[in-house]
Design a binder for this molecule. Structure first.
Ligand code: NAI
Length: 335
């Protein structure tokens, strides 16, 4: 049976996922689209052959839609994910699950009450071959126990609407999710240091920021978030273990030698850097949904990432060490 997917949010990543489904997926098609920007949605509907819905809620309730992909603005995720759960439909929601932990927790509560997993969150790094390789080494203890992790999240430049809190709540959430997955444990405390601010930033953005996390077993993590680094999109992760270190590999580019210099291209943005991961996460979501199951980053994972981000924002604003006190994982997410 072909899975009929309804997409809410036909902006940048929404269009990207629509192309991805059309390109890569037998077994699914985009049957419906919706966006508050009707002109944008109409254009996508015309080119993809999907049905246009003015309201996301009507798309979710439609009998012509089996599963939902939410790629609208952060602040709208909660209402669409809750509506999907209410309609008993599987939903893939781009990160963050909600802008703050309260909204994410309401989603966890609704899914728990429904008694089955319906939500997957778009933390695509879990599908990146480099992170998968790191996890294998760490979980197999091939280098002994992990002790420290050094990470960097760098973007070439940030827009004037990008703020100090977005660096943590919108960008570093990827780090919070992937590191918890890599180490297979939760965080217990957070601190944030504000280094000297780059002259390339603006009044509403303190850039860079340095996040320090500690896990339950005592692993110390530092994450540099630097969104005006000027040279490209660069994601780094080095895990220091008892018997050696392991670093995140990147998809390779050819090496050019000319004019007395050797050079390798650096990715311009996340779409190029994580393309294989986006393909794999959507592929897995379609297969699992068609089989009636849910896999990948759960609503609980989405909640924990958002909760950690809120703790880090508090730590930055107060300058203090803030405990990250996460409640016990509900039974639905323990398997
Ligand atoms: P965008 O601004 O290009 O697109 C957002 C779309 O949502 C716009 O077309 C807008 O009109 C629509 N929208 C706003 N309010 C709406 C509402 N009430 N109902 C329906 N549609 C509404 O933004 P972009 O970059 O596509 O990001 C969308 C989401 O995807 C964000 O939550 C973002 O954090 C996430 N994202 C995730 C990435 C990842 O690496 N996993 C990468 C880029 C974005």
């Amino acid at each position: 049976m072909e899975l009929k997917v309804g997409v809410i949010g036909t902006g940048s990543i929404g269009r990207d996922h629509i192309r991805r489904i059309a390109r890569a997926s037998s077994g699914a098609r985009v049957a419906a689209v919706s966006d508050i920007n009707l002109a944008a949605a109409r254009e996508v509907a015309a080119t993809s052959g999907a049905e246009l819905f003015e309201r996301g809620e009507d798309l979710i309730a439609s009998r012509g839609v089996d599963a939902i992909l939410v790629t609208s603005t952060d602040s709208t995720h909660e209402r669409y994910v809750l509506a999907a759960i209410e309609n008993g439909k599987h939903v893939f929601c781009e990160k963050p699950l909600a802008p703050g932990p309260d909204g994410a927790r309401r989603i966890v509560n609704a899914e728990t009450a429904a008694g089955r997993r319906l939500v997957q969150v778009g933390y695509m790094r879990r599908y990146d071959p480099g992170y998968v390789a790191l996890r294998e080494v760490i979980s197999g203890r091939r280098l002994g126990a992990p002790l420290m992790v050094h990470c960097a999240h760098r973007n070439r430049s940030a827009s004037d609407s990008y703020t100090t809190s977005m660096a943590i709540e919108n960008s570093a959430v990827h780090e919070f999710d992937i590191l918890r997955w890599l180490l297979d444990e939760d965080y217990v405390s957070a601190r944030v240091i504000l280094p000297r601010k780059t002259r390339h930033s603006h009044a509403q953005l303190h850039d860079p920021q340095l996040i320090l996390l500690e896990t339950r077993s005592g692993v110390a993590i530092d994450i540099e978030v630097f969104v005006n680094c000027r040279y490209g999109y660069d994601i780094k992760c080095e895990v220091c273990c008892e018997d050696g270190t392991i670093s995140l590999p990147e998809p390779s580019h050819p090496v050019t030698r000319t004019n007395g210099a050797r050079s390798v291209k650096i990715f311009a943005d996340w779409i190029g850097r994580f393309e294989a991961a986006y393909d794999a996460e959507i592929r897995q979501w379609i297969d699992a949904t068609a089989a009636g199951s849910a896999v990948g980053p759960s609503a609980w994972d989405g909640y924990v990432a958002t909760f950690t981000a809120a703790c880090c924002s508090k730590a930055r604003d107060s300058g203090a060490l803030v405990p990250v006190s996460i409640e016990e994982r509900p039974a639905l997410y323990r398997a």
